[in-house]
Structure formats: C-alpha cells, structure tokens
Design a protein around this ligand. Structure first.
Ligand code: LFR
Length: 498
C-alpha cells in the first residue's frame, strides 16, 4: 500500500516546528520532529527575527527526519507568517537581519503612503486591509531612511522564500506570501508596478511570481549531507501560514467560513475570487491569495497575542501559568465583569500586557481585573465578542450564511474559547485540526507530487485524518446582553479618545 513521507516546516510568530506527514492513501499521520521557541531580539537597529537560530532548528528537524526515514521523504515545504522579508545581494548574501513586523520603523508610514497614493487607492489596487506592518509600509520606511541595502539588493525574499533558498539554493517569490505584501494586484495577478514605482521602491526586486506546488530543486549538498535527505526536493507551497491553514479546512463546502487561530485570529471566508469594493474597504476585509488562486476574504483580529503576551509578562515576574491552567483560572472568574476591544492600538506592541488590559478597563470606567483569572476571562470574552462583531460584517458579503465556523490552528485547542466563540456568534463551531497549517503545507506538496488531484481531495484527506470537535452555542441571552455591553465600552473608549 501507499506510504509516502512529506516534510513541513511551519514557523509561527511564537514557535516553529518541523513535522513529517505519512500518507497512506487515505489519511495523513503527523509526527513532530522538532519544536522550538521563536523569540525576536532587539538590536540597536530595532526588533529582528533570530533567523539563523530558526534555520539551525529547522536543519535539526530535518536531521531527525533523515534518522527516521533515511532518504524516503519526497519533498519539504516551508511556511511562515506573512509580510516579513530579507534582502539579498547578487551573490545571495543576506543584507541585514529581517525585521519583526511589529518593529516601530513603520510609524507614520501609512500616513505617508496615504499622502502619496491614498489609502483607498492602495486598497483598490491590492484588496489588502491596511495594517501598519504590511511589507508596503516596511519597505517605504527603508526608502525613506535611504537604507543602502536597497541600492545593492538583487532580491527580496519573503521569509518562507528565504528559508527555501537556504535549503535549495533557488530564489523565488511565492504568490500567497507575495499577496500579503500589499504590493500585489489580485486582479492582474501580478505585482502592482504602478504602486511600486510611485512609492520609489526598486522595481528590480519584484520578479516573476511562483505558485504553490512548484519544484525548486534538491536540498543543497551541505543540507543533504547533514540530514541524509539525499532525494528530498524543496517545493513551493502556500508559504503564507494562513494560506496553508485555510487549504486544510476539513470541509467539502464551496465557501467554508474559518477562523485560523494562533497569535492572530484570522476570520473569513474561502472565496473563488477577490471581493474589492468601497464597502470591503470600509470594513477592512482583506483578499489574500491561496492555493490555486483561491481568495481568503478575511480580517485580522488580535488573537491569542493578548494571552501569549500576558503569559510572558507573568513569567518574567516569576509566575509561570501554563496555557492549560489559564482556561481553568478563567472559568473560575466572574463572567462579563469587564471587557476590552482586542484590536485597540494600545495592545499592538509587545510588553506589559496585563497592565494595558487594566488601563483599558480603568479608562472606560469598568471594574479593573486584578487576578490572572479575571484578566484572562476578560480577554477571552472580549475576543469572542469581537469575533461576533466581525462575523456580522463578514456574512453580509455572502448570499447564504455559513452553517458552521471552522476554527483551526494551535488556538483551537482552547475549549473555553471555542465555546465562547460559539456562544457569542450563535453558530456551531467545529474545532480542528490543530496542525492545520502543517497539513495544508503537506497536501499542497501532495498536489505537486500528484498523490492527489485537487484541493478538495486534499481537504477530504484532512477530514479523514483530523480530530474535529463540535461546540453548539449556549446561553444566548447572557451573550446578547454582553454584546450590548461590549458595544457600549467601545463607544465610551471612542468618546474619551476624541
Ligand atoms: C498569522 C499571520 C497573519 C498575518 C500576520 C503577520 O501567522 O501570517 O495571516 O497577517 O501573521 O504576518
């Protein structure tokens, strides 16, 4: 019987992993080969990813694959978060450490781009919601400060492209992650040369775009030697992690609704073509590109970032609260005591998250959450209410309201948050798979190898492979009342800020 092995490298903003997927013709069985923290570093130049440490961990994971499977793995694909990139000179030398997207060098850049081009025009060209960290604003800051790296750069590689280059020696710009740059036009299916030129960016950096499922080449000699993976090919997949996660929604519906839950909560619909209108601009919905030009019509919601950062803060102050314990603490706390708007700019930057939550509550005249349990509960409930708010806008774009919401990714292990999401939205939540991104990465490699014939088939394989848990909405009256309270808090924040 069939027994194929594929390898997936999946880097998230909080942690990375290398996994193997064994495909038996029906199901994929996953095996984690290496898991490691991803901790950015602050240098005098700003916040950067520790990219060489990540790379070393990736090679360690591949070594493990070689030990387990010798030269059997067919291919390896790399996905990471979006928007971030490295610049390379002609010889392939990296010109400076890639920046972490929350680095403050983008301050003021959205306003500048607004003056040069206009926000709505940028949206019309790209279909991407304007977020301060998009590549367009990062690069504009480099243009503005006349970073000499731009003069000698021959290539701009997004992080999945960069890792794939280090593994294969082949440089490419893959479409899904390219689409997160906000310099890509999904209608003409190419870079928006007009935007690039008007913003003074070096045009030579924007090359022919590759698609998910293309072969880049064998592993470079040094990697093949170290790992024993002498026959494994590096292929492009949907290098943007969210694109890979959405490829793996375990559904046979045409336009399933999803919430990809990790550092971010990405809520949206899988659509066949972009939906770019004045309305979607005002609602700030994005149109990112997936496998086979599929469109993720979604909005970024500040997701478990608030929880991750709170945990990090408590840990630094000597209190280690594991994620598993957090849900218990939250369940014991009083419901709907205080609420926040999770996407308030106050929470964008790293650091002192519990204090920021308290400050928000103080500012809006609510009881101040004191204990970790109260703070976590406040974050969970507020997130769920924000989900509901975004959902109501989202479904206004489709004729037929989806009958369920698929929550996938690491965050779907959180049963309490899944239940709150079902309650707040009033819809059936289907939670799983946890490793959607890795599975989406692998089924795209299976498309490339010919093991499956379509994305739909791939989703069936995922459905065969994954554990999916269902959550039905409960307690509609309290959640309706809570939603009113949430809206009142938002209004009070607004009036106090203006
Ligand atoms: C999730 C994600 C989001 C993107 C954000 C920044 O990991 O890729 O889709 O908006 O990170 O790149």
């Amino acid at each position: 019987s069939l027994n194929q092995v594929y390898l997936a490298v999946d880097l998230g903003a909080g942690s990375g992993r290398v996994i193997a997927g064994e495909f038996d013709g029906e199901r994929i069985e996953l095996r984690e080969l290496n898991r490691f923290d991803n901790t950015p570093v602050e240098l005098p130049s700003g916040w950067h990813w520790n990219i060489t440490d990540l790379y070393r961990n990736i090679v360690d994971g591949l070594k493990k694959a070689g030990e387990l499977y010798s030269d059997r793995p067919i291919s390896v694909g790399v996905d990471t978060w979006g928007v971030d990139y490295g610049l390379l000179d002609e010889q392939g030398n990296l010109l400076g450490l890639p920046y972490q997207y929350r680095d403050k060098r983008t301050d003021g850049m959205m306003d500048l781009a607004d003056q040069i081009i206009g926000k709505q025009e940028i949206y019309r060209a790209t279909g991407i919601q304007l977020m301060f960290f998009n590549t367009i604003f990062q690069l504009l800051s480099e243009v503005e400060r006349k970073n000499p790296a731009l003069d000698i750069a021959a290539d701009l590689l997004f992080l999945p492209d960069l890792i794939s280059y280090w593994l294969s020696g082949v440089r490419s710009q893959e479409r899904s992650v390219v689409s997160t740059s906000q310099l890509y036009n999904p209608i003409i299916r190419d870079w928006d040369r007009d935007l690039i030129e008007r913003l003074g960016m070096p045009e030579k950096l924007f090359k022919k775009i590759s698609d998910p499922g293309e072969e880049l080449g064998p592993l470079l000699e040094n990697v093949a030697q170290k790992t024993g993976l002498t026959k494994t090919k590096v292929v492009t997949i949907a290098g943007h992690d969210t694109a890979s996660a959405v490829a793996a929604i375990p559904s046979q519906e045409e336009n399933p609704a999803f919430l990809s839950s990790g550092t971010w909560s990405l809520m949206g619909l899988d659509l066949p073509r972009p939906n770019i209108s004045d309305e979607s601009f005002i609602d700030a919905f994005t149109n990112e590109i997936g496998v086979g030009h599929g469109v993720r019509f979604l909005k970024n919601i500040c997701g478990l970032w608030l929880i991750q950062e709170s945990r990090r803060h408590w840990l630094a102050n000597g209190e280690d609260i594991p994620y598993s314990r957090m849900a218990d603490l939250a369940s014991e706390a009083e419901p709907f005591r205080s609420l926040i708007y999770p996407d308030d700019p106050l929470f964008e930057e790293a650091g002192r998250m519990p204090e920021k939550v308290q400050a928000y509550c103080r500012h809006t005249g609510q009881p101040i959450p004191e204990t970790p349990g109260q703070i976590i509960r406040c974050i969970y409930e507020s997130l769920a209410l924000r989900y509901s708010e975004v959902w109501q806008r989202l479904i206004s774009y489709v004729v037929k309201e989806p009958t369920s919401l698929h929550i996938v990714g690491g965050g779907c292990q959180d049963n309490l948050l899944n239940q709150f999401a079902a309650n707040a939205i009033g819809i059936t939540v289907k939670a799983g798979p946890v490793e959607a991104t890795g599975l989406g990465n692998i089924i795209t490699q299976m498309l490339a190898s010919g093991a499956i014939g379509s994305l739909k088939e791939g989703r069936q394989v995922v459905a065969n492979s994954a554990q999916v848990k269902t959550f039905e909405p409960q307690d509609p009256e309290s959640w309706k009342a809570a939603y009113q309270k949430y809206k009142a808090v938002l209004a009070s924040r607004k009036s106090k800020n203006s």
